[in-house]
Design a protein around this ligand. Structure first.
Ligand code: ADP
Ligand code: ASP
Ligand code: MG
Length: 412
């Protein structure tokens, strides 16, 4: 029988009633003749609560134990979903990551899936089971420890299963009815896209649009998974939601496809570091070892052989970054006067494959921000995106201004 993967996010399994509603959607696909792999997230708010417990207990936690704690939210919903389906007389059972097993790297809290053996689940399907309910977000390391795939990782679990099982489609059920030109929660002019190219979705996701985890888009692109995002609250026809697909399958598109933001950024400046070969490596080496995800980097002009080095990282990694830099200073590897952390910034980005062949997008972006009196602190660009770091208090205004200036409320 053909296989379908259906993933339900946190708000779609937030309570028993919602789990029941999701189970009904699964039943519809089972009735059509699919064997279904259901991937579930933890109930909404649950993972945040578990992360809070960990940070409260141990601020610079051991990531292996972090994973042991935060993976547990998905275990609950997987079991409940299987129970609900059984109540509906649909043969179903749950699998935790290690039981499948979802084999991952041992990069705890941001592990990558390496392999999903299909034998166990296929055998059960052959014996008449109709639904395999899989706990999203989790796997097992080569050392046999529980791992997690980074926040939002259930999307990646779903796409990886779709690839491994050759599923006909991977449907991501969430609390919005598709991918929009920007987050509809902060811009009411946001427009739902019927289709979006893998490359654009990849950039939007990595720049903060949390509707899909970046890695899930990467995998879908690599393995040609038919990936659809749709609402678990509305009635969906065959063409509902947004299809994430190859660039060639999109007829018309705007130069800028969407605007993304990332709220919890910090801007860190090392004041007065030596401007000589090897300094960048002496700074960013220890940061990488400490698990700090450095994003933007700017080195200021040099005076008297000294310069300021600015980088951005997520706000919850500021403590790690400070410790790593202090340790590097004490060991004599680097020398700086002061490390200034500004935790009040956000990153706003515009994305579009049309930017490859269209000049002037950056100028238009900066003009729109200037018109709102928004100061730009750091800029980075790539072939299909431009990002700026600004004061967090202007983030929503910036998103709305950029959405307007690039005319995103209208289709191309
Ligand atoms: P789930 O719990 O189902 O995984 P998430 O909260 O992770 O859901 O992702 C869905 C949310 O992503 C939406 O509620 C929306 O606020 C946000 N979002 C951000 N950018 C976009 C976008 N461009 N299109 C749609 N949703 C977006
Ligand atoms: N529950 C995890 C999180 O909140 C994974 C997911 O929902 O995708 O990040
Ligand atoms: Mg999510």
């Amino acid at each position: 029988m053909p296989i379908l993967v259906m993933k339900f996010g946190g708000t779609s399994v937030a309570n028993i009633d919602r789990i029941q509603r999701a189970a009904k959607r699964v039943a519809v696909e089972v009735a059509k003749g699919y064997d279904v792999i259901v991937v579930v997230s933890a109930m909404s708010g649950e993972t945040n609560k578990l992360v809070g417990y960990v940070s409260e207990t141990s601020p610079l936690y051991d990531a292996r134990e972090y994973d042991a704690v935060v993976a547990s939210g998905e275990n609950v919903t997987a079991g409940l979903m299987a129970l609900r389906l059984q109540e509906m007389d649909i043969p179903a059972r749950s699998w935790q990551g290690w039981q499948v097993p979802v084999r991952t790297t041992s990069a705890h809290s941001q592990a990558r899936i390496e392999e999903i053996p299909t034998g166990n689940i296929l055998r059960k399907f052959a014996e008449g089971m109709r639904v395999a309910v899989v706990a999203g977000f989790q796997g097992v390391s080569p050392e046999g420890r529980i791992t997690t795939l980074g926040r939002g990782g259930s999307d990646t679990t779903a796409v990886a299963f779709a690839a491994a099982f050759g599923a006909e489609r991977c449907d991501i059920y969430t609390d919005v009815d598709g991918v929009y030109t920007t987050d509809p929660r902060i811009c009411d002019k946001a427009r739902k896209l019927d289709r979006i190219a893998f490359e654009e979705m990849l950039e939007l996701a990595s720049l903060g649009a949390k509707v899909l985890q970046t890695r899930s888009v990467e995998l879908a692109m690599r393995f040609g998974v038919r990936l659809r995002v749709l609402s678990s609250f509305e009635d969906n026809g065959e063409t509902a939601g947004t299809l994430v697909c190859a660039e060639e399958d999109i007829v018309e598109s705007n130069v800028v496809a969407g605007v993304a933001y990332s709220r919890d950024e910090a801007k860190m400046t090392l004041i007065s570091v030596a401007d000589r070969p090897g300094v960048a490596s002496a700074i960013f080496g220890p940061l990488a070892e400490a698990g700090v995800n450095v994003d933007m980097i700017v080195q200021n002009i040099s005076e008297d052989g000294r310069t300021d080095m600015t980088f951005s990282c997520p706000t919850d990694q500021v403590l790690r970054a400070e410790k790593a830099m202090q340790a590097a200073k004490e060991s004599g590897a680097i020398n700086f006067q002061e490390l200034v952390a500004d935790k009040g910034v956000a990153k706003v980005s515009v994305v579009g494959i049309g930017m490859r062949s269209h000049a002037g997008v950056a100028a238009q972006m900066f003009k729109a921000l200037a018109a709102e009196g928004i100061n730009i602190k750091v800029i980075t660009t790539s072939e299909i995106k431009i990002s700026v770091l600004i004061d967090r208090k202007y983030m929503e205004l910036a998103v709305q201004a950029l959405h307007d200036t690039f005319g995103l409320e209208r289709a191309a």
